[in-house]
Design a protein. Structure first.
Ligand code: SF4
Ligand code: ZN
Length: 311
């Protein structure tokens, strides 16, 4: 197979786009496409300050790399979750995030949940009723809270995450199976800012996972290969595998599923728009973030409860 642009041997073949490219042209194509998506979905401008949520994985480090190449003002945020799982997961992912930042002379904010709140994610999960022994619900809540807090406190205009198409299609699939209207309405490449909530964007949402792996490998980005030890057996992995089976027989199915959803949502064709009730938001008396739960927000309540238990 030859590269469409130069006729050299192709390194990456994308069946769904009927496109094959050599290393050099692939490393140009990914940032060009990212720029196209940033513009198409009006994610941010070159004047805005971007905070990239960096996990040490291929997607977030590649995103940071691409934004830097495109000339955007992007700093990183690494959240220390305190997850070991026998492989020193958090430790290693922090090391690789810091290494990337140092090598490229980029600014990385490091926030350690345990230092900040006295409890790591596994500790918080143990004293919480959320998730039945798995820390993912607690982890998701903490990540959302902390990312928003830091983006807001440090004056960033927008928060960017490295979600790829496989992540987005899996979430969409899960939400569609249960017709979770409220979640469906909020899913997309951009979640606009609202009172006290930073704008959230996903510039890689149209790239397949394997495209991002190829980008990271061909760019020589050193990233953590291991998944978080708690990801194993999760529902989202099951949905990803199911969609991969579909993709094998119908190349492009994942992308079509996601793009057709965005089109239908934009055109107002989906019934979900009418049914969604927006909960009334007020500021959490402890952290000041908007919340619909009475009194403290869910995150502050969870931390308070966990600290009482361990006192
Ligand atoms: Fe957090 Fe790991 Fe669960 Fe992801 S898989 S939500 S990082 S605990
Ligand atoms: Zn709060």
């Amino acid at each position: 197979m030859k590269c469409r642009k130069c006729q050299n041997k192709a390194s990456v073949h994308m069946r769904q786009h009927k496109l094959a490219l050599c290393k050099e042209h692939y490393l140009e194509w990914v940032p060009e496409q990212t720029e196209r998506f940033i513009k198409k979905y009006q994610m941010f401008t070159r004047e805005e300050k971007i905070l990239v949520a960096v996990s040490g994985g291929k997607d977030s480090l590649s995103l940071w790399d691409i934004l830097m190449q495109l000339g955007y003002q992007a700093d990183g945020l690494y959240l220390g979750l305190g997850i070991d799982g026998g492989i020193g997961y958090s430790h290693e992912s922090q090391r690789l995030s810091e290494k990337f930042a140092n090598e490229h002379n980029l600014k990385l904010h490091v926030v350690d949940i345990e230092k900040e709140y006295g409890q790591s994610i596994p500790m918080l999960a143990e004293s919480s009723h959320r998730g039945y022994g798995k820390p993912c619900a607690v982890c998701g809540l903490a990540k959302r809270h902390e990312m928003n807090r830091i983006a807001r406190d440090l004056g960033y205009d927008v928060l960017a995450t490295g979600h790829n198409l496989d992540d987005e299609a899996a979430v969409l699939f899960g939400n569609t199976l249960s017709w979770a209207s409220e979640y469906l309405l909020r899913q997309g490449p951009v979640l606009p800012e609202a009172d006290g909530l930073a704008r959230k964007v996903k510039p890689l949402c149209r790239f397949y996972e394997r495209e991002m792996t190829a980008y990271a490998l061909l760019s020589g980005i050193e990233y953590i290969y291991e998944e978080c030890p708690f990801a194993e057996g999760s529902q989202s992995i099951f949905y990803k595998e199911t969609l991969n089976q579909l993709e094998t027989t119908r190349p492009g199915a994942k992308l079509t599923f996601y793009l057709k959803f965005l089109e239908a949502r934009k055109s107002g064709e989906l019934f979900i728009e009418k049914n969604v009730k927006q909960g009334l938001l007020h500021a959490c008396p402890k952290c000041g973030q908007p919340t619909s739960t009475p009194d403290l927000c869910s995150f502050c309540r969870m931390v308070e409860k966990a600290n009482v238990k361990t006192e």
